[in-house]
Design a protein around this ligand. Structure first.
Ligand code: QAP
Ligand code: CO
Length: 168
């Protein structure tokens, strides 16, 4: 097990389009375990492979309070079920310290492969539905700050760049 480095906005590698996972093998399961360890350590509720600079379509999520509901999504696909929207104050391990309201479809269906390569379907609601959409955006090089005004996004970018400079 290992804790992996999480890329932070505005790192251009976060803009990479991830490629489908071709085979679900022990090497991938090792990566999945490391992603859970990294997410729980942060602590966070969701982590996409993009955030640890692995550009494959893989997401881990656990929205439970006690690490009791680890979920793995390999090659996830989302279908929006109706027109209803939902607002949520989102954060991101790649944008530490910043939260903004994002509007997304409320009801979705998710199709993905699990850690054994078996297909499954889920109709999540609440925070899980928000989180899956947020994480799938990462696989497409998109961040929650892309949904806020350019002025706010720039303010966040400048603050994080300043922090990164003082850390260097
Ligand atoms: C994505 O985000 C998410 O700013 C997962 O300083 C979040 O785990 C989807 C975190 C909310 C939907 C709703 C953020 C940790 C964790 C921070 C996270 C921070 C430390 C974020
Ligand atoms: Co995120």
């Amino acid at each position: 097990m290992a804790i992996l480095e999480i890329l932070e906005f505005p790192d251009p590698r976060l803009r990479t389009q991830a490629k489908p996972v071709a085979v679900v093998d022990d090497k991938l399961r090792q990566l999945i375990d490391d992603m859970f360890e990294t997410m729980y350590d942060a602590p966070g509720v969701g982590l996409a492979a993009t955030q640890i600079n692995v550009h494959q379509r893989l997401v881990v999520i656990d929205v439970s309070e006690d690490k009791s509901q680890p979920l793995v999504f390999i090659n996830p696909e989302i279908t929006v079920l109706d027109d209803e929207l939902n607002e949520y104050d989102e954060g991101c391990l790649s944008v530490p310290g910043f939260y903004e309201t994002v509007t997304r479809p409320k009801r979705i269906q998710v199709n993905a492969l699990d850690r054994n390569g078996e297909p499954f379907t889920l109709e999540p609601d609440g925070l899980l539905a928000v989180c899956i959409q947020h994480e799938l955006d990462h696989l497409n090089g998109k961040l929650f700050v892309d949904y806020v005004s350019p002025v706010k996004r720039d303010r966040i970018r400048k603050k994080l760049e300043k922090q990164h400079r003082s850390q260097a």
